[in-house]
Design a protein around this ligand. Structure first.
Ligand SMILES: [Zn+2]
Length: 447
């Protein structure tokens, strides 16, 4: 009780003996300021880590994992029939990613891997194949994108399409073949869903028009994972820039909008691509794993609902580094909804219903968490009951080596969790030292 502030003690005279957990009363704005500081602190730490990070085997491992992922799951039918372009199985790749990290490293790895695959597909493409398949990373909601390399007078913006957009483009391609419309299109899009449930450092939310947008340093084709070119620059809009930021801004980003922001003394200022209203670091919607969710903008809630409803259509969900903490109630509740019957999607109700119900029963979950304890790293995959048994036999394990994984929440993911949920404690990407990407992607029951 010593950690209650003197003021709180005076306001709430607590009885001498309190058997229940004491409540701590703190003013709302104080928590908001503390949370904002915490978010900025994490931003700075991620930035510093990325700066001191030498691209090595680690980043190559990441890239090769996602490349093999796209190659494996896309199993691109070389001449996809025009009729099939709007099928769910064609449009939505069977694997979705769920992350609770704010760091843009993972999403960018996905984007760059997809880009690399697309280049290969473009090389192979010839007129005979007629349809050019391309894989897009889909954040489950359509997002406008601003590039830091954009010039101040640039009056167009970039988009990231979501699944709806993919269906529209594929419909146009199918029509160009069937109806021989004047508007011809030959691109067929397959989408790999990536869902950052807690927000990302490079997604902002305009306080004026209430629209979310994504910040990218430059064109994806100009970025590289091997030397982190274009990934470090994500952290340029910073209220307290580092010495190196000024160097990068004045050499590589001269005469851009971000250059002007630096000149005007507001280095984290970025204009909203919808209404031109200025936005700042504090307009980055980041969800903190706590019950204090009151400062979350509607956008994060929309993202969650839209993301989770998209996830309902997945065959296999890979969850990286999330331990389902009990105080993260919204997410745990939404994860529970994965079991519930989803609303059918507009327009494709009949076609999908049957396939969807069949797949629902088979929905698989791979959870990659981290623990260094010997008992939990004797093999790659554990089932929930196995972990429970280990904890029963070694009750002290939970105290001495806290296992953060909330098994009760994990159980709720699938009615048949014995066969459909597997957990590894090797962490990502360390697990890639132990098993091939193929065995991560191909779900095998842990039992
Ligand atoms: Zn706006």
């Amino acid at each position: 009780m010593n950690d209650i502030s003197p003021l709180t003690k005076e306001l709430f005279k607590l009885p001498k003996k309190v058997n229940t957990t004491p409540l701590h009363y703190v003013r709302r704005n104080r928590i908001l300021n503390a949370l904002l500081f915490y978010k900025y602190f994490c931003y700075k730490i991620s930035k510093l880590l990325l700066h001191s990070y030498t691209p090595s085997h680690e980043s190559k491992r990441y890239l090769s994992f996602f490349l093999s992922l796209f190659n494996l799951v896309s199993k691109l039918p070389y001449q996809p029939k025009a009729q099939a372009l709007q099928n769910k199985d064609f449009v939505i790749l069977p694997i979705s990613f769920l992350t609770f990290n704010w760091d843009p490293f993972l999403p960018n790895t996905l984007l760059l891997s997809a880009n690399k695959l697309n280049k290969e597909l473009q090389k192979k493409y010839n007129e005979e194949n007629r349809v050019l398949t391309q894989v897009y990373v889909d954040f489950t909601i359509p997002l406008r994108v601003i590039r830091l390399s954009d010039k101040p007078n640039q009056n167009f913006c970039h988009y990231m399409i979501a699944t709806d957009g993919a269906y529209t483009i594929n419909e146009l391609t199918a029509k160009s073949f069937f109806e021989k419309s004047k508007l011809t299109n030959n691109i067929a899009i397959r989408s790999a869903r990536f869902f950052p449930a807690h927000g990302l450092f490079n997604i902002r939310f305009c306080p004026h028009c209430k629209q979310p947008f994504k910040v990218m340093p430059k064109k994806i084709t100009q970025m590289s994972l091997e030397n982190l070119n274009g990934i470090r620059e994500i952290f340029l809009p910073d209220p307290i820039p580092m010495e190196n930021d000024f160097k990068v801004i004045s050499t590589k980003f001269r005469n851009t909008k971000i250059f002007e922001s630096y000149l005007s003394g507001n280095p984290d200022e970025l204009q909203c691509p919808y209404c031109d209203h200025p936005t700042y670091f504090e307009d980055t919607p980041l969800s903190v794993q706590t019950i204090f969710k009151f400062d979350e903008p509607d956008f994060l809630f929309t993202l969650k609902v839209s993301g989770f409803s998209e996830f309902l259509k997945s065959d296999h969900i890979i969850i990286l580094g999330y331990s389902f903490p009990t105080d993260d109630m919204t997410n745990n509740y939404l994860l529970e909804l994965l079991k519930a019957t989803p609303a059918n999607e507009k327009g494709t109700k009949k076609k999908r219903k049957k396939g969807w119900e069949e797949e629902k029963k088979e929905m698989k979950f791979t959870i990659i968490d981290y623990s260094s304890h010997l008992l939990l790293t004797q093999k790659v995959w554990y089932g929930i009951e196995e972990i429970e048994n280990i904890l029963k036999k070694h009750p002290k394990l939970k105290e001495r080596y806290p296992i953060s994984l909330n098994l009760n929440a994990v159980k709720k993911l699938s009615p048949n969790y014995r066969n459909n949920v597997r957990i590894s404690f090797y962490g990502f990407p360390n697990i890639l030292k132990k098993v091939s990407p193929k065995s991560i992607l191909k779900f095998m029951s842990p039992n």
